[in-house]
Structure formats: structure tokens, C-alpha cells
Design a protein around this ligand. Structure first.
Ligand code: ADP
Ligand code: ZN
Ligand code: MG
Length: 640
């Protein structure tokens, strides 16, 4: 397994397709709630009448009719009560039920319909009190009342509850308190965050500054007739600072900030999402100029036509419709801007991105090296750094990490220093923290010597090819200590971020990824399951080369891949059956060629492979310098 960032994907363009008007909410929801409530109430009613009202019964046994007659003859029966042919009664001494051995003084028995009528004289003869009940006894008056009015009353109360709750979240009152209790969340914050707390956003800063300007002086914009955006969508991978940036806009403009995560609209109680939205927008309008921030918009804003959406979800749809309605209802000059964040813009409902809604998009990219250094600087500002710490160098070793990771990195380094009771955070602390973050935490597994040897050869294969193949990323570290889900790890990181990949680089990645399998094949003649991750990588890169980047002569300079979505997920393949076959063959050809190259290099450098594996078995982990000295190779120069 090799830990290196995957190839960059171009960001998705706006989803195209006909935008749908929001459907006015038909309230299927309230209807469903009505039925649910009704069912619950009926169940409650049954429970009350059947269980609670039933009198406590003493233990009663069932006697065969002839045993019963014997008991009468033995003068043991005190009273009997008949209901039709069913007889219940009480005995003086407890009687044992035949078969079960249960003893009780209360019994029931069934008189056979063919029985002769000698029972009555028998009973009288033995002084048994005889009672009789009609077969359908009248129901007591209060029970009758409860049975006839109870359900009605329950339903009436239930309906009142539903009506009051859906009538308004803000109205309050005993029964309308659900929406109300959430309303407290919408108290405005006034964030102290500013643009100075966000680094690496130079490209989008201007656009956001315009927003700040507008919030500060809405009149100025209106006078000039400029159209101010109602909604701005912040798009970017998790941890790139979307939430942070939204707060910074509010902080810069010094306006109230109403923030809510879209999933919180719908999570707690079904049926309140829309009223929460209304509540939120009302409060913001009253506090204008203000910012409403809806985080994780994709939680409710998924495209309604998307094939990936399983079933429909009324709750999400209602909430989404309410947001759209509120945004449509903004008068110009309301002074409220809706910011929203998502990391998956391509799945959003097109209705959201229509003009007058979230019509501005601000895309945040993972930071480049300079950006990472700047972010590190912000987060290290309050940490005492040792003189040897070079944040620039650390930024160079952390390609692919985003703002949240970098904050975490500084934190981990500081914790490590504290554990060692150091007074300052040293560069060694940072390097250890980088390892922990890139590799995951170490796992303690008991591995047999033969397993360790196999893993050592596998990782040595990766590392050696990383050194031998021109254009590969430099190998920083190799270890056979299990980390996270991997049994061994080879860390390669580019000297600088790449936004553009040459074919030779991609092939070098594939050859390197096949190095583990190649080494196992060379040494043991068989391969193990340990290469599964590597093969996934190989397949992914080779596939993209063919269908996205036009790097196969057979297929030609065509891009078949849809932007934004992995091919496996899209329902329709945008090419013919014949092309699909060709694509598969091309992917296989690339993988085969690269594997042959890997085997050739490993065979030629067998002594280096052995040396590296032996060193790994001795040391568990090798750093860059050790790897170079064991193999006697030089660091590969990455072409600009
Ligand atoms: P997102 O909302 O995009 O997932 P967040 O805004 O929640 O990311 O980022 C989490 C934390 O990471 C922030 O609070 C901040 O401390 C740090 N961070 C992220 N991006 C940046 C950045 N560009 N500059 C400075 N800090 C950042
Ligand atoms: Zn591997
Ligand atoms: Mg966030």
C-alpha cells in the first residue's frame, strides 16, 4: 500500500438540465401523521379496556367434568357459577389440576352438552350454592361510557395536538412546544472570526469581500441598481474551511450570524423541518442585515430526480421547498444573505441553483504548498515553536492535507511535545504527528515471522520501484508496523503539489503500486491478498487514463467519464458496448505493461530488494536516508 494523494479531479461544472419549479407542499405529511396518531390512539384504547380494566384473577385451574363431579360428591365444592354450559366455582380445599399439578381453589370446567341432568340434584344434595349468569352479561355503565367516548376523546385530543403543532412553531403553548424549543438555537451569534483567520483563499476573497460590503451598506448597492446575490454556495471538500469562511464573512461585516446544519432541520422530530426553516428566516429578517448559514446543504438538497435517491422523503422535500419559498420571497433590500456549504455540489437539486437562489458559487480547493504553510502559521501562532521548526518544510511534506487536517497536525505535535515534557514543539514532534496523521495510529498485531517477511518484501517492492522508476514521487518512509487498516506502509510524497499529471508520472504510480505484488511473485512465486488495495489504485488510475484523460491511442483523445461522479455509480454509460470492451482491454493493457516493467526492475535489482527487506525486518521502519543507504541509490530527481 502506498500513501500518496490521488490524482486531482477537475471540479464539477454547474449541473445542467431543466430546473424544476418548487412544488407547493401538498401536505402528505400531515395526512400520514393523522393516520399514525389514530393507530396509536386505538392501540392505547385497546390496552386500557382489555388489560387495565380486567379484574385481577385468582389462579384458576381447569378440571375435567368428571373430576368436578367427584369433588362435588366429596363435599369439597362451595359454590358454582354457570354461564351457559361453562361452570366456574370455588372449592374448600385446593384441588390439583390433573396433568399439570397446579393447585388452586378456583376452577372452571365445561359441562358436556350430552350430560344428563343429574347435576342439579347432586349439587343440592351436597349443599353447593348455585349461581347463574346470563351468557352475554350487561357491561357496567362506566365501562360502557369509556368504551364509547374514550376513543373519540383520545382522537379529538390527538387532532388538537397535531393541528396546534403544525399551525406554528412559534406560537408556543403546551402542545406547540416542539418548534419552539428548537427556536432557541437560532439566536444570532456575532462571530469574532475574520478573513485573517482563514488562509489560502486568495482566489475567492474578492467575491466574499463584495458580500461583506453589501452587508455593511445595503443602501449603496440598491442605489446603484446592482443585483445582490441572495444565496452563495460554498463548495469544497470537507475541512477546507467552508464553515470557517461563512463565519468570517459575518465577522467581517459585523452582522448577526444564524447558523444551522441542514441535517438538524430534519433529524429530531418528523414534520417540523419546514416550520424550523420559517422560524429561522423570520428571525434573520428581523435582525437584518444578517447572514443565514445552512451547513451541509446536500443533506436535504439532493436532486429530486437523482437515480441514487432511494424512495422519496417527504420531510426533506418539504424542508427544501420551504427554503426555496423563503428565498423567493425575499424582497430586494431585505439585507439577508443566505450562505450554504456543501462538499457535493453535483448532487444538489437544480432548483437550488437557479437565479435568485444559490446563484453564486464559491469553490474552495485543498490548499497548495503556500496555502498550507500559511494555514500552519495561523494555527501555530499560539504554540511555542522550537528554533528548528520550518513550517514551509512541513507544508511540503503534507500534500493533500486540508485546513482541518493541518490544525489537527499542529495540535498533535503540541500534544506529543507535552507528553515528552518539552518546553517547545520541535520539528521531530511535527514529523511524528505527520506520520500519525498520514498512516493512522499504529496497531499492535502479533504477526508470525513468515508474515513479517512477506510484508517486508511487499513494502520493499513498493519502495524500491519508487526509487527506480523515473518520475515517481520520492519515498519518504517505509514501515512494516501495522497502521490503521494496512499491514505495512510505504510513504511517498511529491516534492511539490501537482495539479497536472503527465502520463509518465501516472505510469510510475501504477508500476510502484504493483511493486508489492511483483515482489511477492518474484520471491514466493505466489501472491497474497495483501495487494488488494494496490490493485484498486492501479485500476482507478489506469481507468482514468483511458476514459478521462485520453491517454490511450486506441480510444483516442476522448473523455467518456462524467465529471464529478465515479463511473461505477452512474447509471448510464456514455459510450457504446463496443467502446466499453475496448476500454476494458486498454485498461488491462496498461496494467499488464506496468506489471511487466515492475517485474523487470525487481528482477534486475534483486540484491537491493533483499537488502531492503532484511533491513526492514531488523528495523521495522526505515526513513528516507536509511532507504537510500541500504539500496545504494540516489534520490530521484522529479522533473519540473
Ligand atoms: P468545512 O466546513 O469545509 O468542513 P471547517 O470550516 O469546519 O471546514 O474547518 C475546520 C477547521 O479547520 C476550521 O475551524 C479551522 O480551524 C481549520 N481550517 C480549515 N480551513 C482553513 C483555512 N483555509 N485557514 C485556516 N484554518 C482552516
Ligand atoms: Zn502494497
Ligand atoms: Mg463545515
Amino acid at each position: 500500500m502506498a500513501a500518496a494523494p490521488g490524482p486531482a479531479r477537475p471540479t464539477a461544472p454547474r449541473p445542467s438540465g431543466a430546473a424544476k419549479a418548487p412544488v407547493p407542499p401538498p401536505n402528505p405529511l400531515r395526512l400520514r401523521w393523522f393516520w399514525i396518531t389514530l393507530l396509536v390512539l386505538l392501540a392505547a384504547n385497546l390496552f386500557i379496556t382489555n388489560i387495565l380494566l380486567a379484574p385481577a384473577q385468582p389462579t384458576t385451574i381447569t378440571l375435567p367434568y368428571n373430576v368436578f363431579k367427584q369433588q362435588v360428591a366429596a363435599d369439597n365444592v362451595v359454590t358454582v357459577t354457570t354461564t351457559g354450559d361453562a361452570i366456574t366455582g370455588v372449592t374448600k380445599a385446593a384441588v390439583e389440576e390433573p396433568g399439570t399439578g397446579t393447585k388452586a381453589t378456583h376452577f372452571t370446567t365445561q359441562r358436556p352438552s350430552f350430560a344428563d341432568d343429574s347435576l342439579e340434584p347432586l349439587l343440592e344434595q351436597h349443599g353447593v350454592t348455585i349461581n347463574a349468569k346470563p351468557e352475554n352479561p350487561p357491561i357496567p355503565f362506566w365501562e360502557q361510557l369509556l368504551l364509547s367516548f374514550g376513543p373519540t376523546l383520545l382522537i379529538v385530543f390527538g387532532l388538537m395536538y397535531l393541528i396546534r403543532r403544525s399551525a406554528s412553531a412559534g406560537a408556543g403553548g403546551l402542545l406547540g412546544s416542539f418548534g419552539q424549543s428548537r427556536a432557541r438555537v437560532y439566536d444570532a451569534e456575532r462571530p469574532g472570526t475574520t478573513f485573517a483567520d482563514v488562509a489560502g483563499i486568495d482566489e475567492v476573497k474578492e467575491e466574499l469581500e463584495e458580500l461583506v460590503d453589501f452587508l455593511k451598506e445595503p443602501q449603496k448597492y440598491e442605489r446603484l441598481g446592482g443585483r445582490v446575490p441572495k444565496g452563495v454556495l460554498l463548495i469544497g471538500p470537507p475541512g477546507t474551511g467552508k464553515t470557517l469562511l461563512a463565519r468570517a464573512v459575518a465577522g467581517e461585516a459585523k452582522v448577526p450570524f444564524f447558523s444551522q446544519s441542514a441535517s438538524e432541520f430534519v433529524e429530531a422530530i418528523v414534520g417540523v423541518g419546514a416550520s424550523r426553516v420559517r422560524d429561522l428566516f423570520d428571525k434573520a429578517r428581523k435582525a437584518a442585515p444578517a447572514i443565514i448559514f445552512i451547513d451541509e446543504l446536500d443533506a436535504i438538497g439532493r436532486s429530486r430526480s437523482s437515480g441514487l435517491r432511494l424512495g422519496s422523503n417527504d420531510e426533506q422535500e418539504q424542508t427544501l421547498n420551504q427554503i426555496l419559498t423563503e428565498m423567493d420571497g425575499f424582497e430586494p433590500g431585505t439585507g439577508v444573505i443566505v450562505l450554504s456549504a456543501t462538499n457535493r455540489a453535483e448532487i444538489l437539486d437544480p432548483a437550488l441553483t437557479r437565479p435568485g437562489r444559490f446563484d453564486r458559487r464559491v469553490t474552495l480547493q485543498p490548499p497548495d504548498r503556500r496555502g498550507r504553510a500559511a494555514i500552519l502559521k495561523i494555527h501555530a501562532a499560539n504554540v511555542p515553536l522550537g528554533p528548528d521548526v520550518d513550517l514551509d518544510d512541513i507544508a511540503g511534506r503534507t500534500p493533500g492535507l486540508v485546513g482541518a487536517d493541518l490544525r489537527n497536525l499542529v495540535n498533535e505535535a503540541a500534544l506529543g511535545a507535552a507528553r515528552k515534557a518539552e518546553t517547545v514543539v520541535t520539528s521531530a514532534d511535527f514529523y511524528e504527528a505527520i506520520d500519525r496523521i498520514l498512516l493512522g495510529t499504529e496497531r499492535h498485531l502479533m504477526l508470525s515471522q513468515s508474515d513479517r517477511e512477506r510484508i517486508a518484501y511487499h513494502e520493499s517492492g513498493h519502495a524500491l520501484l519508487g526509487l527506480l522508476v523515473p518520475g515517481a514521487d520520492p519515498v519518504r518512509k517505509v514501515t512494516i508496523i501495522p497502521h490503521g487498516g494496512a499491514l505495512g506502509v510505504t510513504v511517498q510524497s511529491p516534492i511539490d503539489d501537482r495539479f497536472n499529471y503527465g502520463e509518465d508520472y501516472l505510469r510510475a504510480r501504477i508500476v510502484g503500486a504493483l511493486g508489492g505484488r511483483g515482489a511477492e511473485q518474484l520471491i514466493y512465486g505466489v501472491v497474497s491478498t495483501g495487494a488488494a488495495n494496490d490493485l484498486q489504485q492501479v485500476t482507478m488510475i489506469a481507468r482514468e487514463m483511458v476514459v478521462r484523460w485520453g491517454m490511450s491511442a486506441k480510444i483516442g483523445p476522448l473523455a467518456f467519464a462524467e465529471d464529478g461522479q465515479s463511473n461505477a455509480l452512474s447509471m448510464v454509460r456514455p459510450y457504446s458496448e463496443a467502446t466499453a470492451r475496448e476500454v476494458d482491454l486498454e485498461i488491462k493493457r496498461i496494467a499488464d505493461e506496468c506489471f511487466a516493467e515492475a517485474m523487470r526492475l525487481l528482477t534486475e535489482n534483486r540484491n537491493r530488494l533483499d537488502a531492503l527487506a532484511r533491513a526492514l525486518l531488523d528495523e521495522d521502519s526505515l526513513g528516507e536516508e536509511q532507504i537510500l543507504s541500504v539500496t545504494g541509490l540516489k534520490r530521484v530527481q522529479v522533473a519540473g
